[in-house]
Each structure stands twice: as C-alpha cells, then as structure tokens.
Design a protein around this ligand. Structure first.
Ligand code: BEZ
Length: 304
C-alpha cells in the first residue's frame, strides 16, 4: 500500500462520488476505480458499499478513512518540516486573525525581531480555519486564532481566555450607564457579527455566548470582517461584541464598554504543525508568556 492509495481513497470518501474524486485528483475515472479495488484486495475487506449512490463507506471504510487522513496529514507535516530543517536561513511565517493585531501581536513580534534579528518574519491575515489549512500546506508556521477544535496534525495551545467587550456608537444610551454592562441589556440593538464566512467563526462564538444565557438578539447583521463591523457600529447601525484587545482600535465614533460576565470570553489559540518543535516556535512562546507575566495578564499555563 502506498500513500497514493490513501490519497485516492480519501478523495473518494470525501466526495462520495468517483467522478468528482477523479476530477479533484486530476486523473481519469477507470484508473481511480482500479486503485480502490486494488486497495480493497490488498486489505481483504470491502471499504465502500457496493452499488451505493452517493457512495457510502462500510464500517471498515470509515475506520480506514479517519486513519488514512491522519497519515496523509503526518506525511504533509513531515515534508514541510524536512524542507524547513534543510534550509539554512531562519524564517517564521505567522498567520493571525485581525483582532490579535489590535492586541499583543505587534509587541510580541517587535520583541521577537529585536531578539532574533536573523529570523525573517512574514505575516498572513487568515481566519482560524484557513490557518489550519495553511499550516498543513506549509504556507505558515504558526497561527494565532480563536476557535477551539481537534486536529491530530495540529498542536494547539490555548494561551488565554480574553474577555469580550461591547462596541457601542458614540452617544448610545448605554454609554451613559456607569459600570460594566450585562448581556441582557444588549438585546434591543441589532447585533453586528463577523466574519460571515467561513463558519464556524468568531460570529458563532458570540452568538453562542448569547444562546448559553438564553438570550436572543433582536436582529443579527453578519458582515465580512472586523473593520466593517466596527465601521457600522460607528455609523449607528448596531452594536458589536468584540475581544478586549479591540480597545487598541481607537475611533472617535465608537465607545468600548466591559461586560459584567466573567464567562464571556474568547480564547487566543496558538497553532503549529504537530511535529514542529523548532527553536523559533519555542522562542515565540517564551516571549508571549514573558509579556503576560510582565503585564499581569491572566493566562492558561501551557499544557504540554
Ligand atoms: C494575546 O493577545 O494574548 C496574543 C495576541 C497575539 C498572539 C499571541 C497572543
């Protein structure tokens, strides 16, 4: 059995259709069917139920699918890591969700640059889900995102649970109220959430925060990105729930207020390829925890 067989089988299982799988793999359909047949013969088990449309996996097929995907991810990881080890120059490519840029990310990178001047750093703004893909493809080496999730090919560390705050248009009645706001006080205004796609996203995290408290916002407006959400708040179209670090985005038409609920948080998650134990990643993590300590920011102790 070769990696090619795993790749072919995973494509067929994902697409549930031989024609679409062949297109995805850029090969003709008859050789693809032959390879799947060979694989079943070699394993001595049926992986795909005969005659099913769309194609359905047998129990053995489902088992094989899950593990084949894991092996393919590991092979990809191995390729990216070996290339990296073989390169003389030191590089670190960082994926980040926009909100982290208004928080500690610039300071972390400044400190890293000062300390490790020979490492070439590049940046890619990516949603958490796109970061996972970019890590597997080797486009980025580390991602800073906000969605929790399981993926055997990715090492994920929850750095901290960042408080959520509310962004209100200047002059809004709630800006006059002293003290933190309760979530139940935020029901009357349209709620602007981002990003619209891909899902799940930070938008779902915010909507879940309301749902968990049995609260239903009057109207939800989904927008493409953070800057648009804040711009619309400034224009008086509604309110937005955002991470605390957004206070770094200073606008004269938006007022930020804390929320009176310790559970209203959004995690900041470090993601890297599971096998990647490079010095650059260790140095970056050390700087992050150093800054948390200096600023007395509550963080989740690294669970390694
Ligand atoms: C933070 O705000 O905790 C953070 C932001 C970006 C990268 C790492 C940590």
């Amino acid at each position: 059995m070769e990696l090619r067989h795993l790749r072919y089988f995973v494509a067929v299982a994902d697409e549930k259709n031989i024609t679409r799988a062949a297109e995805r793999l850029n090969i003709a359909q008859p050789p693809l069917s032959r390879q799947i047949q060979q694989l079943e013969e070699e394993l001595g088990v049926v992986l795909i139920e005969k005659g099913s449309r769309p194609l359905r996996l047998t129990e053995a097929g489902r088992f094989f699918h899950a593990h084949a995907q894991e092996l393919l991810d590991k092979a990809q990881d191995l390729k990216a890591m070996t290339r990296r080890v073989g390169k003389i120059e030191r590089k670190l490519s960082i994926g980040f969700v926009a909100s982290t840029l208004y928080g500690l990310l610039p300071e972390i990178v400044r400190r890293f640059r000062d300390r490790y001047q020979t490492v070439e750093i590049s940046f890619h703004e990516l949603t958490t889900i796109d970061q996972l893909k970019a890590l597997k493809e080797g486009t980025i080496d580390v991602g800073f995102g906000r969605l929790k999730g399981e993926d055997a090919a990715i090492r994920r560390i929850v750095l901290r649970e960042e408080p959520l705050i509310v962004a209100l248009p200047v002059g809004h009645r709630l800006t006059q109220q002293p003290g933190p706001l309760r979530m139940s006080e935020l029901m009357d205004d349209p709620l602007i959430v981002y990003p619209k796609t891909p899902r799940p996203s930070f938008a779902d995290q915010v909507l879940a925060t309301f749902r968990e408290r049995m609260l239903v916002p009057r109207q939800v407006i989904e927008v493409r990105e953070l800057q648009i959400a804040i711009g619309l708040v400034g224009a008086g179209q509604g309110i937005a729930i955002v991470p605390d670090s957004l206070q770094g985005m200073i606008r004269t038409d938006v007022v930020y207020r804390p929320i009176d609920d310790r559970q209203a948080v959004s995690p900041i998650i470090f993601s890297a390829r599971a096998m990647d134990r490079s010095q650059e990643l260790a140095d970056m993590l050390a700087i992050i925890y150093e800054i948390y300590e200096e600023r007395h920011i509550a963080y989740v102790p690294e669970a390694l």
